[in-house]
Design a protein. Structure first.
Length: 240
């Protein structure tokens, strides 16, 4: 390549960079004007339900990341999930056969088991009131460090010795989809107050999750370095 060709190529690159910079400046100005217009337009406000759900999703994401940081021991997930699914099928078949109300409620709940997660999808929920939650028992040494509520969810967080965390939440299920991290995890199904619940073992972490009998609420308990018997005891002493 001759020197003239090199200079021509550099000139074209510089001209392209200038044009792109001018375009970026124009687009940035247009975006700022549009942002200002939206901020001054009441009809463009983010719906409260969407805002609440986004906050809830962010909080759940960081709670799961914090739980993963505590321990990452591997489990043989596929065999255990298959076994758990079989137990759940038998359990739910028995319960549904005994109760017309349960049969109707089960139609409003879909559970799908994937390679990395288990998804609870609630099709419809008739209850529209804000959830209520009373924690009747926690293991010795746990202290309440955070609690809050909105019209969609109520939560309590406890801390014990050696950075042990216990998080309890109860949320309304109208149109809710919940993902439970079951990748490389052990899964078993138990009864909490005669309601089927999923207990997930992942490293040093336990999560117990279930829907209320009418599927209007989804309850989750997450803890690290907590005994299985203790997390079940916590669940059985909840009032919602």
């Amino acid at each position: 390549m001759t020197r003239r060709e090199q200079l021509q190529e550099q000139y074209e690159d510089a001209l392209f960079a200038l044009l792109m910079d001018e375009l970026a400046t124009m687009e940035n100005q247009r975006a700022e004007e549009e942002n200002e217009r939206l901020q001054n337009d009441p009809s463009a406000a983010v719906p409260e339900d969407m805002d609440r759900r986004c906050i809830r999703l962010i909080r759940r994401h960081f709670a799961q990341r914090r739980a993963r940081a505590v321990g990452r021991s591997a489990w043989k997930a596929m065999k255990l999930v298959a076994l758990a699914a079989g137990i759940a099928a038998i359990l739910l078949t028995t319960v549904c056969a005994a109760s017309e109300t349960v049969r109707v409620n089960m139609l409003n709940l879909m559970i799908e088991v994937f390679e990395t997660n288990t998804e609870f999808r609630f099709i419809n929920a008739s209850v529209q009131t804000a959830p209520q939650l009373e924690v009747g028992w926690v293991p010795d040494g746990y202290v309440l460090t955070n609690q809050g509520s909105d019209r969609l969810e109520i939560w309590h967080e406890y801390q014990g010795a050696e950075n042990r965390i216990l998080s309890i939440s109860c949320e309304r299920t109208d149109g809710l989809t919940v993902d439970i991290d079951t990748e490389d995890a052990g899964v078993e199904y138990i009864l909490v107050k005669s309601t089927p619940a999923m207990l997930v073992h992942k490293g040093n972490n336990l999560q117990l999750a279930w829907a209320s009998k009418d599927n209007s609420l989804f309850i989750s308990i997450m803890g690290n370095e907590i005994e299985k018997e203790d997390i079940i005891h916590v669940a059985n002493e909840l009032h919602y």
